[in-house]
Design a binder for this molecule. Structure first.
Ligand SMILES: [Zn+2]
Length: 362
């Protein structure tokens, strides 16, 4: 068995994920049944629809910045009319039914496609962290060897790396409301956003990124969202297949990681840059780690394709689409679906049979 088929064998599960989730929008919330696909890899090409906003747009900043992150959002918009095309046009036209629209993002994904609105290397207005501060690293004066250090805050307000106090003062928790100061104190570890503070190990020394206290969401957050990340909105439109949108988004993220030489750690939630609960539906239903798994799968398959492998799915079951999406109907307990993944390279074809058991569905 070649390495591609071995990789699929290691990463395919016998049972699909079947879970009822809550989808959160500002108009309304709804329940939605998530059924995962045959494979964590979505068997379709990445098709990007170019709809770049005019340079004269005020929501197209135009300044070029190095990209250090991919930022994942969801639209928080459940209205059935508000598809990816709709949101792409909203950026393009700088307006929608509620008036002028001043935000922007590089991409928006949905069942109806992946739209590209702002060039990847430009600043866009999606992360809520302003454009005044670029990605920057500060020397902590703490040495170590941990590639994934944890940043906390000491009682007197300094950042700590894996418990070792640094020379860097964390931002103060400070907020005003109607011209009155309502929060003014030394920040605590619990004020840090869920995804933490940027901390890099370089030549045996830790460096911490540019941070600030977001008074809107009352969280210590990281800078560089608008300037140094590629922002992706994902639609949660009612009536659409949310899991398909997640898979399309994962495929896009994998391509952008590849193109910008970024790692899986560089995929961030909007939350990381402002403390906002976004992408809310993925966060609230505990699907972030699974989403990252989808990206890892897409990324590896992209590497195999670059090596010249052609990879195909064959399934002869009307309950499954050609791209591997299991349709949300017609299942009985203990039903099984058989499928084959094949590879072709240098004229040699190999294949492997798989089986999915829908046992947990009832
Ligand atoms: Zn967001």
């Amino acid at each position: 068995m070649n390495k591609v088929l071995s990789f699929f064998k290691e990463n395919e599960s016998q049972y699909p994920i079947i879970k009822n989730i809550r989808v959160y929008g500002w108009e309304f919330e709804y329940d939605h049944l998530i059924v995962s696909s045959l494979s964590k890899y979505l068997f379709e090409d990445l098709d990007i629809i170019e709809n770049i906003a005019p340079e004269t747009n005020e929501n197209r900043d135009g300044r070029i910045r190095e990209k250090k992150y991919i930022t994942v959002h969801d639209t928080g918009d459940t209205d059935f009319r508000h598809t990816a095309k709709f949101w792409s046009e909203t950026v393009y036209k700088q307006g929608w039914e509620q008036g002028p629209y001043s935000a922007s993002f590089q991409y928006v994904t949905g069942n109806d496609g992946i739209y590209h609105n702002i060039p990847d290397n430009e600043i866009a207005y999606h992360a809520g962290d302003s454009t005044q501060f670029d990605y920057k690293l500060y020397d902590t004066n703490v040495t170590g060897e941990n590639e994934k250090p944890v940043v906390t805050i000491s009682e007197d307000g300094y950042y700590e790396v894996d418990g070792k106090k640094t020379i860097l003062l964390a931002p103060r928790a400070y907020k005003t409301w109607k011209e009155k100061v309502v929060i003014d104190r030394i920040a605590k570890t619990s004020d840090i956003n869920d995804q933490g503070v940027l901390c890099k190990l370089i030549d045996g020394k830790y460096y911490i990124g540019e941070t600030y206290y977001s008074s809107t969401y009352e969280k210590i957050s990281n800078r560089g969202g608008n300037n140094n990340s590629i922002g992706i909105e994902s639609c949660i439109t009612v009536g659409t297949d949310i899991y398909l949108t997640w898979q399309k988004t994962a495929k896009l993220v994998a391509k952008l990681l590849n193109d910008n030489n970024l790692s899986f750690d560089d995929i961030k939630q909007h939350h990381y840059f402002s403390g906002k609960n976004c992408p809310q539906t993925i966060r609230m239903n505990g699907f972030w780690e699974h989403f990252i798994d989808l990206v890892k799968m897409e990324y590896q398959v992209l590497q195999f394709k670059k090596e010249g492998y052609k990879i195909e799915l064959s399934v002869n079951d009307e309950r499954v689409k050609a791209n591997g999406r299991i349709l949300l109907r017609d299942f009985n307990k203990d039903d099984e679906i058989e499928y084959t993944i094949s590879t072709i390279k240098d004229g040699v074809k190999e294949e492997l049979k798989f089986k999915k058991v829908l046992k947990k569905f009832n």
